[in-house]
Design a protein around this ligand. Sequence first.
Ligand code: NAD
Length: 353
Amino acid sequence: MKIAVLPGDGIGPEIVAQAVNVLQRLAQDGLKIEMEYAPIGGAGYDAAGDPLPDATLKLAQAADAVLLGAVGGYQYDTLPRPQRPEQGLLRIRKGLGLFANLRPALLYPELASASSLKPEVVAGLDIMIIRELTGDIYFGQPRGIEIRGGERVGVNTMIYSESEIRRIAHVGFGIAQKRKQRLCSVDKANVLETTELWRQVVIEVGKDYPDVELSHMYVDNAAMQLVRNPKQFDVMLTGNIFGDILSDEASMLTGSIGMLPSASLDEKNKGLYEPIHGSAPDIAGKNIANPLATILSVAMMLRYTFGLETPAQRVEGAVKHVLAQGYRTADIYTEGTQKVSCSEMGSAVVAAL
Ligand code: NAD
């Protein structure tokens, strides 16, 4: 298992160090893991004047999987756009052909009080949102701001080809098969032709997966249902822009941004794994960040790129165990639990393993 490790900026190096300790603990039990580090984001700019240095992209391309911390920092906010840390992320996703973004929203019972919704609405929540990542209105042409009829108009194009929809639908159904066999495809087929095609193709692909129960929901209703009764969902499948918004909404149902991992996959299940949060410059260098989202990203890597379900569950089980033991980093701390640092939380997970 060749893993490119890209810690990035801010809290990135602190949280990635804990995830690496978890991988090293698994290696002691026989997993053959090779790790190589490279800079990305602001760290890439500092090292090579580029948020995605050539050597970093090459390393990521040669690896089986990429473990990423986060990018970004105040000191880079005034750089020209192509040199900003976030460009490194967009370029590596493109450079690796990562088209399927998997974002679980899972609420551990111990953390139910962290949600802004009532505990009974969210306790036991376990949703997987699958978002198409390389198409849709974010990339469609034509785009721009131009003058028409003597005034400025902004133009973007919502576009999906049949093949783009088909490949993400296969990912969605495949994952639903391994979960509770329920897939809800989200569109706006009543108004937008692009998503009318989306619905047609999803139905066609669904014929290959008769064991998965397929339903459809308009995106406005899906946004409402996510806060009304989120536990009705198992897997949600959607395009780039709707997925962008719904996955952030779903992650906030859990109330703890430091807990949620993500995966972005290519056609051969090579993946980039990262926490959903950013580089948290406000707490960087203080050893107080929550490393669990990054550690859970390792579990996703084991499951989706390497097909190693047992070690993946072992990592997830270790995280559940430390929460049950009462360990909490500052972001999820409540009275009566034990506040620990980033490195202490990482060590607790390793001990639980
Ligand atoms: P952020 O996710 O970095 O932080 C939001 C808030 O959550 C902050 O108060 C932060 O302290 C807290 N937080 C985040 N992760 C945490 C963790 N693991 N443990 C404890 N607390 C945590 O978002 P932001 O403040 O909007 O952005 C900061 C920088 O990160 C910006 O430069 C932004 O562009 C970048 N960013 C990067 C990514 C990425 O790398 N994928 C994603 C989002 C934002």
